[in-house]
Design a protein around this ligand. Structure first.
Ligand SMILES: [Fe+2]
Length: 398
């Protein structure tokens, strides 16, 4: 990345790698006008503006010239300008909407890792699929690839094909939240004929951190390296007139503002929101407290969402209360098996949520109950949850 040619902004005091593919220039104490000035500098050098967003949390821009992609922003909370630079990803126009074949957008939660779910508290993976009205899919993770956990490859592939009416699935983007095999595992068995994948979306930590998992992904997932689009906070992708995606946090923020925590792989999870009509669906992967603190700083009130995938398979404690109270979802998606939700360590918080004692949530979807599909616009149904283990464990007496 050091060989990339592009204009530098005035006042750079740090130029270093920030993720596996990306470098960062940091301009501390940058006035808001410094952003305008840099944009003009880029335009004069032949760069084109691909995104301009002005939000309460900051100003975000993406510029490119065919060779280099620059995502730069000035955060309101830090007063710092950051310029993320990397090679231009090969796919940039993958959001051309096709003819509308389906009456509604759908979101499917995949039932993963249930075969040992009754006995093992870390048995469940995570997999979601959003089907656009033209039939393209936005895929999020998928699940495990091998024993002793489940092999979710066949089941997840079948799900993608059934959502595509038996035709080869067209995947506009496959998000890999982080470097754990309960998330990207299904891709290790993936074959070219299983689906047309236009792009992967992920942000891996910089060299020297989680190298084993990163290398595994880079070498075992078909065409991962050439198809990966690196996500940055503030990115906004539009699929069609109904569905768009906002990126709210990536491991780059941890590298910049809490570097001693970069190696915590769950907190490397990308946090992003899918906007479907006027409803918002938040995905957090396995992120927890440290990532949530930065995401709240980046997004603030923009984090409020109707539907929320609960982080780390529901294994969260009181320290995450603040984040979820800002999200204030009315629908909770739990990529979890019964044992994860019910074991003694975790029951105190997620259990209370699931019993409806302390949350805004009206509808609960638990992956262990089976693959389920939500249709948009989503109407609340009062879908409560009672684990079969609660009775076995005499839960109500705890
Ligand atoms: Fe996980």
């Amino acid at each position: 990345m050091k060989n990339l040619k592009f204009p530098r902004p005035v006042g750079v005091c740090v130029d270093e790698p920030v993720s596996r593919t990306t470098g960062v220039l940091r301009v501390p104490g940058a006035h808001s006008r410094a952003v305008d000035y840099y944009a003009k500098q880029l335009e004069a050098a032949g760069f084109t503006c691909m995104l301009e967003r002005i939000l309460p949390s900051g100003r975000y821009y993406v510029y490119g010239n065919g060779e280099v992609r620059l995502s730069f922003s000035r955060l309101t909370s830090r007063g710092e300008m950051r310029v993320f630079y990397e090679k231009m990803p090969p796919v940039t126009d993958y959001f051309k909407a096709g003819e509308k074949k389906y009456p509604n957008v759908t979101l499917t939660q995949f039932c993963t890792g249930t075969s040992v779910a009754m006995v093992c508290s870390t048995a469940s993976g995570m997999g979601y699929v959003i089907r656009l009205r033209d039939g393209r899919l936005l895929v999020i993770d998928g699940g495990f690839h091998c024993p002793p956990y489940d092999n979710d490859y066949e089941g997840f592939k079948e799900l993608l094909w059934s959502l595509s009416d038996g035709k080869k699935p067209q995947i506009a983007a496959w998000v890999i939240t982080h470097v754990h095999v309960d998330h990207y595992g299904v891709l290790l068995n993936w074959k070219e004929e299983d689906a047309d994948i236009q792009a992967y979306w992920s942000t891996l930590p910089k060299e020297g951190i989680s190298d084993g998992g990163c290398h595994h992904m880079e070498t075992r997932i078909p065409h991962y390296t050439e198809k990966n689009v690196v996500l940055h906070t503030g990115d906004h992708y539009v699929f069609d007139d109904e569905v768009s995606v906002d990126v709210l946090y990536t491991v780059e923020e941890m590298a910049l503002y809490n570097p001693e925590h970069q190696a915590a792989e769950n907190d490397q999870s990308v946090i992003f929101r899918v906007n479907i009509g006027d409803q918002k669906v938040l995905f957090v992967g396995d992120a927890a407290k440290s990532a949530f603190d930065l995401a709240l700083e980046m997004a603030g009130g923009e984090i409020k969402s109707d539907i929320c995938q609960i982080g780390h398979h529901g294994r969260f404690g009181h320290k995450e209360d603040l984040f979820y109270s800002f999200v204030a979802p009315t629908v909770a998606l739990w990529p979890a098996c019964y044992a994860q939700l019910d074991n003694d360590l975790d029951v105190r918080y997620s259990g209370a949520w699931l019993r409806g004692e302390i949350s805004t949530v009206v509808d609960h979807y638990v992956a262990n109950d089976g693959t389920e599909t939500l249709t948009f616009p989503y109407e609340l149904q009062g879908k409560s949850y009672r684990s079969p283990l609660w009775d076995l464990n005499d839960f109500d007496k705890k």
